[in-house]
Design a protein around this ligand. Structure first.
Ligand SMILES: Cc1cc2nc3c(=O)[nH]c(=O)nc-3n(C[C@H](O)[C@H](O)[C@H](O)COP(=O)(O)O)c2cc1C
Length: 205
């Protein structure tokens, strides 16, 4: 488990064309479906996209969003941004749109009266299970958030009452890098663990 956690990567550029067999995909989705959820609501749903036409439409939506996203940076940061590879939508043979039905009656509202957002958090737990199980299967996963959710909603047919949580690119990879792409590109560094552990009260070391 610790090995899987440490060697999991967000994959964008290393996808290969090999198909992902249905039984392997189902194992990974089964792991996602075993995630903890508030009130045992299991509010998630996984829209598996294999169609090249749909992936091309999502890629177009990414390109539009990415142009705006890159525009906020000045000079050096902007030239670094445009060099980053930030998606594998068309190169990964499988895309999964993970959504959350926040209005589900499952779980009878347990835990959601005080913190309704926990339905979404539960769905993120499912994504993490999926990501780790995929790593064990030798499958890379890349999470793409640089897409206008309204555009994605229209392409994938997600109803207005359902929240889009994640758009994932999934496929076999040529290699799992040992460091995050953003570290290798000099975009960001790791925060040491000691910097995020407080004693008794927030901010107290
Ligand atoms: C909620 C979320 C959204 C993300 N969105 C993107 C994205 O749009 N494009 C991208 O290239 N990576 C995206 N990532 C991946 C992160 O950049 C990556 O997890 C981080 O750099 C650490 O790298 P690692 O996952 O390989 O350890 C996202 C990750 C998370 C958790």
């Amino acid at each position: 488990m610790y090995r899987a956690i440490a060697s999991r990567r967000d994959v964008r550029a290393q996808f290969v064309e090999d198909d992902v067999p249905q039984d392997v995909l189902l194992r990974v989705l089964e792991a996602a479906h075993h995630a903890p959820s508030v009130g045992l609501s299991q509010p998630w749903r996984f829209v598996v996209v294999r169609s090249a036409a749909t992936r091309a439409a999502v890629h177009d939506a990414f390109l539009a969003a990415n142009e705006c996203a890159g525009a906020i940076y000045d000079d050096d940061r902007q030239s670094a941004y445009v060099k980053l590879r930030l998606e594998g939508i068309r190169t990964a043979p499988v895309n999964i749109c993970v959504v959350c039905d926040e209005s589900t009656s499952r779980g009878h509202g347990l835990g959601r009266q005080t913190m309704p957002e926990t339905a979404r958090y539960s769905t993120v737990c499912a994504v993490q299970n999926l990501w780790l199980a995929a790593r064990v299967e030798g499958l890379g996963v890349g999470w793409v958030s640089i897409i206008d959710p309204a555009a994605l909603r229209a392409i994938v047919g997600v109803p207005p009452a359902v929240t889009i949580v994640a758009y994932l690119c999934v496929g076999y990879v040529s290699t799992f890098e040992s460091e995050p792409d953003l570290v290798r590109a000099g975009w960001e560094t790791h925060v040491p663990l000691a910097d995020v552990i407080d004693r008794e009260r927030y901010g107290e070391r």
